[in-house]
Design a protein around this ligand. Structure first.
Ligand code: UDP
Length: 330
């Protein structure tokens, strides 16, 4: 059997492709290369360049390959961009996911893993780490666009011979420990990537978005998880569904939070030098604090995170930034 990875040229998708190949799986990738890269896709994977919303293409991929599972990463991921341009987020993340799911159902594909997000919770009503049964109240079109896909998957699983796992990612960071891939987009906006790029002088400065949140130091708190542990949760989800496990939505985080200022201190410590940081206004769509309760993923997926170490996450992110600089990339 083969696994279809959508968005396999992107940050998390390219790590997933390597992890599947390392586990001995056959891998097929579809990516339109709008933000992903051809070089990031392991050469052993069979590659189709194109759009997941192109039903003729996805039908053909399922006809040409013995796919039993889809791992669906392709989509748009920048919260403030989704606030500024909501309809493109509903197009890329919801409408095109609907087309892909319909194509999978037509082809009789039994298993589906979906990149969901902590943004489906919005600002949690509790201060404790969030559990999956909390009310889902996304605060950005990004979060809503992902939640709508979770709902489509739930209803599809009820109606068809189809099982899904929605993994709600918290803040993914770091890079492949073997240095084969990493976060490579030129206009990346994620905090650890931006801070590492600034520390290395690739960016002149960066900004802290808001210091007046109701958190211990006034900056937002997030649960940062190493990409290696995240892709491992997908492998475990695949194994569980193939063994007959039912549909599930599960958090992927470590259960502890760091503020923006704590992250910047950790980047300074690992890098061994200071860099220019400005204090700015709040950014649209950011909840003050969100941390995962990962009990369900540990119990149901038998997921055992191995890289819960902020310095290690930052070291791998810095190593990848240096690699990009040597490649004369961004
Ligand atoms: N952030 C920041 N400066 C940056 C990028 C991010 O202060 O240049 C903050 C952002 O406002 C949020 C946190 O860092 O509070 C994590 O943001 P990121 O974009 O990494 O992930 P998100 O939580 O939005 O998915």
């Amino acid at each position: 059997m083969a696994v279809l990875v959508t968005g396999g040229g992107g940050y998390i998708g390219s790590h997933m492709v390597w992890a599947l190949l390392d586990a001995g799986e056959d891998v097929v990738v579809v990516d339109r290369l709008s933000t992903g890269f051809r070089w990031a896709i392991a050469p052993e994977a069979r590659f189709y360049e194109g759009d997941i919303g192109d039903a003729a293409l996805t039908d053909r991929i399922f006809a040409e390959n013995p796919v039993d599972a889809v791992i669906h990463f392709a989509g748009s991921i920048v919260v403030p961009e989704s606030v500024a341009d909501p309809l493109s987020y509903y197009e890329n993340n919801t409408v095109k996911s609907r087309s892909l799911i319909a194509s999978a159902v037509r082809a009789g594909i039994p298993h589906f893993v979906f990149s969901s997000t902590a943004a489906v919770y919005g600002t949690p009503s509790v201060l404790e780490p969030v559990q999956e049964d909390l009310p889902l109240r996304p605060e950005s079109p990004y979060g809503s666009s992902k939640l709508m896909t979770e709902i489509m998957l739930r209803d599809t699983a009820a109606a068809h011979d189809f099982t899904y796992t929605a993994l709600r990612y918290f803040n993914v960071a770091g890079a492949d420990p073997k240095g084969r891939t990493g976060q490579s987009s030129a206009n990346a906006t994620h905090l650890i990537k931006v801070a590492c790029a600034t520390a290395l002088g690739k960016r002149a400065s960066m900004t802290v978005f808001g210091t007046d949140y109701p958190t211990p130091d006034g900056t937002c708190v997030r649960d940062y998880i190493h990409v290696t542990d995240l892709v491992d949760a997908h492998l475990k989800a695949l194994q569980r569904m193939r063994a007959g496990g039912g549909s599930l939505a599960a958090n992927c985080g470590y259960g502890r939070g760091f503020s923006v200022l704590e992250i910047l201190d950790a980047v300074r410590a690992v890098h061994g030098g200071d860099f220019d940081v400005a204090i700015g206004e709040r950014r649209a769509g950011d909840p003050a604090m969100i941390v995962a309760d990962p009990s369900l993923a540990k119990r149901e997926l038998n997921w055992q995170p191995r890289h819960d170490d902020l310095s290690g996450i930052i070291e791998s992110a810095l190593a990848w930034e240096r690699h990009l600089a040597r490649k004369n990339s961004f």
